[in-house]
Write a protein that binds this ligand. Structure first.
Ligand code: TRP
Length: 351
């Protein structure tokens, strides 16, 4: 969609969310959290544990609580600063749900019917999935736009949802254009949020099958490295990772058609902040076992301390909960202002 040349400039603000639905793994870390940490240096950032999104599929209540604390602990252990930036859980800021309702009335059925993630998740069981799963992307748009955020670090799989957020922002701006202009916001109240998808490992694949994404729902724990795995578990999973019989190539094009090799090289590169070409210059021509030993050492060195810190943090639930409460207060202050204006724009009476 073309950007509106008359769109006012919005203050740069980063927003992203992570679902508290199970073990956080290397894919979540390299695909998202590493970028969250980096963006703190250049931007104001808001990072949200999206518990409202989680319940679009059934969650055991005690597990949901535990997983919400665990994602929070991961944010902290990876180096997100909850004083300079904001860390909170979505359900404590009711404005998310409130704006999502308005967006339910802006987004069109046809737009949501095109969402590939819904089709994948619902599968043949369309009649039986929750209504929330269908309107999931509208809530995601509300998460971002209730802060009028401009930049959204996400994995490749969320690109389509981000496009939908842009379409919702644009339609809201168009539908209510005179009301928006009358309140002094020019041609656009909401920005067009941009996805930030970069890095050598935006798609971390399963260690057992290079054609499948690394996933918390894979039956085999050997398919993934969890952020809470200890050094022995990490080493064992890397050692057992599927490979092919050939030696590593010296150049990137030699990885074509070798998804498992490409995945492990990508993981090494991402963990060591290098390109795949750098990694192949170092290990190309050598045996896989040598490379795997190096990868195992690197993974233990990078992830071991994070897992240790997470375990310490989750043990102190009062501390984690107080960080979420404080973050939620600060988030609510921003979201509340947006909702007041949205209500005025739409024509709702408020005190
Ligand atoms: N849908 C995202 C995921 O599954 C999580 C999410 C919810 C999100 N709201 C968001 C990500 C807002 C970015 C911005 O990964």
């Amino acid at each position: 969609m073309a950007t509106n040349p008359a769109q006012p400039t919005f203050k740069p603000l980063v927003f992203s969310g992570v679902q508290p639905t199970g073990n956080l793994h290397l894919g979540n870390y390299l695909g998202a959290i590493v970028k969250f940490v980096e963006l703190q240096k250049s931007h104001e950032c808001i990072y949200c544990v999206v518990d409202l999104h989680a319940i679009t599929v059934w969650q055991d209540p005690a597990e949901l609580t535990r997983n919400t604390r665990e994602v929070t602990a991961a944010f902290l252990a990876c180096g997100i600063d909850p004083k300079k930036h904001i860390i909170f859980n979505q359900s404590q800021v009711h404005e998310h749900a409130e704006l999502a309702w308005v967006f339910n009335c802006v987004a069109r059925m046809g737009w949501l019917n095109r969402m590939t993630q819904f089709k994948e998740k619902a599968g043949k069981d369309r009649e039986n999935v929750s209504v929330g799963l269908f309107v999931y992307p509208n809530l995601m748009a509300a998460d971002i736009l209730v802060y009028r955020a401009t930049h959204v670090p996400v994995g490749e799989d969320q690109k389509q949802h981000l496009e939908l957020s842009r379409d919702i922002a644009q339609k809201f701006n168009n539908d209510f254009s005179s009301s928006i202009a009358a309140r002094g916001f020019g041609e656009a109240f909401f920005p067009q949020p941009e996805p930030l998808i970069q890095g050598p490992a935006t798609r971390v694949m399963s260690l057992r099958d290079g054609s499948k994404k690394m996933s918390k729902s894979d039956a085999s724990d050997y398919s993934r490295i969890n952020l809470t795995d200890d050094a022995d578990a990490i080493a064992q999973k890397v050692r057992k990772a599927k490979t092919d019989p050939d030696a590593l190539p010296s150049e990137e094009k030699g990885l074509t058609g070798r998804p498992e090799a490409e995945n492990l090289v990508g993981i090494y590169a991402a963990l060591d902040n290098k390109t795949k070409a750098d990694v192949l210059r170092q290990f190309g021509g050598g045996q896989f076992s040598t490379f795997k030993n190096a990868l195992s050492d690197l993974a233990v060195a990078k992830l071991g301390p994070i897992g240790g810190e997470m375990k310490k943090l989750v043990a102190d639930t009062a501390h984690i909960d107080s960080i979420l409460a404080e973050g939620s207060d600060r988030a609510r202050a921003i979201a509340g202002e947006t909702m007041k204006t949205v209500k005025d724009i739409v024509g709702f009476i408020r005190a």
